[in-house]
Design a protein around this ligand. Structure first.
Ligand code: DGY
Length: 327
């Protein structure tokens, strides 16, 4: 029997790719960079499945060019803002993602950014390499304590909760605001208190963003939100770049309205080299690597392959973002 045809928009770890290659006739885009739009549109023509990365926009045009036989879209990411979900649902196409396996790895990195920003690790490294370290200094690269500080979580899903767990080891007070769930049943066990957004913004030393990108969360952290923060506040974003308004963030960091920011995600990605944010010393910018541990990327690949194969067989996807299709 002929194998189902799939287009894979980038090379993913072998743990998943080997499965895809075994069961499918796979056209795998080999580039380091995402396929250009015309290559993507050509590549999906006539396929039964698409295994996409967050770097490729999978919209109605892609689905229609693929054709009516398209059975599944499997995203190699937990976030799926790169995919037009209503368009997929309308066409009866299930979309899979990779939740759960990257929760702790991403929270580890968000906490690493929090620590690095507070304790000025990146600045310290630059200082040393620049040959500026001449002696121990009582006032050299001072920063706030992390232990005992207040952590404000904007978004209290899996990763937000994993942050709360880490914060308890540092005796931090944890406030959370979630746009959907007001009183989360897990909060008490995690030592987290529900608060409105203004309270979280105005009372936290660290504000860490963990919401998906939706029309409601785009620029949730804007000039108005930043103006509510303390001058000592440190903003961490490992969610999606557009949740934070970069122009407003630049102004807040430059004017001292807030102290520091640490971003793993930017808007756009990659951040343009002429972005004003890159002129500031009080920001750390990482290239969207919060989930980048070997084990996690392997597990994401296995999950993406499992979703793809299930969809090709007409079975429910193990992790589906539009399960209403099955009702
Ligand atoms: C995701 O999965 O959505 C992350 O942003 C990348 O791992």
């Amino acid at each position: 029997m002929a194998k189902p045809k799939v287009f894979v928009t980038r090379i993913i770890p072998d743990k998943g790719l080997d499965i895809v290659k075994e069961f499918c006739e796979a056209n795998i885009w080999p580039g380091e960079l995402p396929p250009p739009r015309d290559v993507l549109l050509e590549g999906v023509k006539g396929v039964d499945g698409i295994l996409s990365l967050l770097t490729s926009k999978i919209d109605a045009e892609v689905m229609d060019i693929a054709g009516p036989q398209l059975k599944v879209i499997s995203n190699y990411a937990v976030g799926f803002d790169n995919i037009d979900i209503p368009a997929a649902t309308q066409r009866g196409i299930p979309v899979g993602n990779t939740p759960g396996v990257l929760t702790d790895t991403t929270a580890d990195f968000a906490f690493a950014l929090l620590m690095a920003a507070a304790r000025r690790v990146v600045e310290g490294d630059k200082y040393t390499r620049a040959g500026k370290w001449q002696t121990w200094g009582p006032k050299l690269l001072l920063g706030p304590d992390v232990h005992g500080a207040t952590l404000g979580l904007v978004g209290f899903g899996r990763i937000g909760k994993a942050m709360a767990k880490r914060a308890s080891g540092f005796d931090m007070k944890v406030l959370y605001y979630d746009p959907i769930i007001k009183d989360d049943p897990d909060a008490a066990a995690l030592g987290a208190q529900s608060a409105d957004l203004d309270t979280v913004l105005s009372q936290s030393d660290f504000i860490s963003v963990h919401t998906p990108l939706t029309p409601d969360t785009r620029h949730l952290i804007n000039a108005t939100a930043l103006a509510k923060m303390r001058p000592e506040a440190i903003v961490i974003n490992t969610a999606r770049g557009p949740v934070v308004d970069h122009d407003a963030l630049y102004e807040a960091l430059k004017s001292g309205q807030i102290a520091y920011a640490a971003l793993d995600v930017t808007d756009p990605e990659p951040i343009p080299l002429d972005s004003p944010l890159l002129t500031l010393d009080n920001i750390i910018i990482a290239p969207h690597i919060a989930s980048a541990s070997v084990a996690t990327r392997d597990k994401m690949a296995e999950m993406a392959a499992a979703n793809l194969l299930a969809g090709l067989k007409g079975e429910p996807l193990p992790t589906c973002v539009n399960p209403e299709l099955y009702k």
